[in-house]
Design a protein around this ligand. Sequence first.
Ligand SMILES: [Zn+2]
Length: 287
Amino acid sequence: MQIRSRLAPTPSGFLHLGNGVNFLHIWLLVRQAGGVLKLRIDDLDGDRCRPEYIEDIFRQLDWLGLDWDEGPSGPDDFSRYHSQRLRMERYREVLEGLRQRARLFACTCSRKEIQRRSPDGLYPGTCRHLTHRSGASHTLRIRVEPDAVLEVASQTIDLCRELGDFVVWRRDDRPAYQLASLVDDLDDRINLIVRGEDLRISTGAQLYLAAKLGRDELARTSFIHHPLLFGPDGRKLSKSDDALSLAALRVRGETPRPVYRAVARQLAINPAEIASLADLLAALPGC
Ligand SMILES: [Zn+2]
């Protein structure tokens, strides 16, 4: 079976070293396997997505030397033909399917209210038994059943205890990340997903949704959750750390070598031997 994977950046800030390492990791696995790579930009979060961040994605992929086989060729092509905002009907259709097969409920709780009731941040189930409150702005959450224990890339996730009833449709009438990402992966026939360890619980949520929708092909998808990169202060890299952005490296006139070497370490390749993409491809252990 041909490998199909995707690079899925979110244009909510400038890409950082960790994003670059993730893209490179995926690119290497797909190119080694002779697979198909799609670029998919997740721009549903209207408040945080900005045109300069979309431009940044294309610029940094070019700087890293990465190509892709499907998806937008540039910012203009993206906004005309590939934006997730053009797929709202499709997301709504899947939401309706989900409504028929799972228990969804309207939730009016604010983030603050949830934190006040639940110190661990898990949704405390406040609105679970209420009937729909018309008029009030609300999210739609899915009821996670107590026996929702999933195997995610050889680790067990108890979805109830680690995530709880999660949001599938946002207050601003758009699909939540878990739903949109799942629908896109299914529609794009993605069978290899490579993401950071921080998204392992999201993978569990998406597998749960897929099972509810009767789409068991996601359960056959290969998932790789790689370790995250940390900044010098020991914190997870974030898009607000401009100094660690790929743009800052590029503007300083550096080559992408630090990114190549970081991915080499992640793949247990000796970084001292790596100066280019070709070196990385040659050093990859066989499949
Ligand atoms: Zn609620």
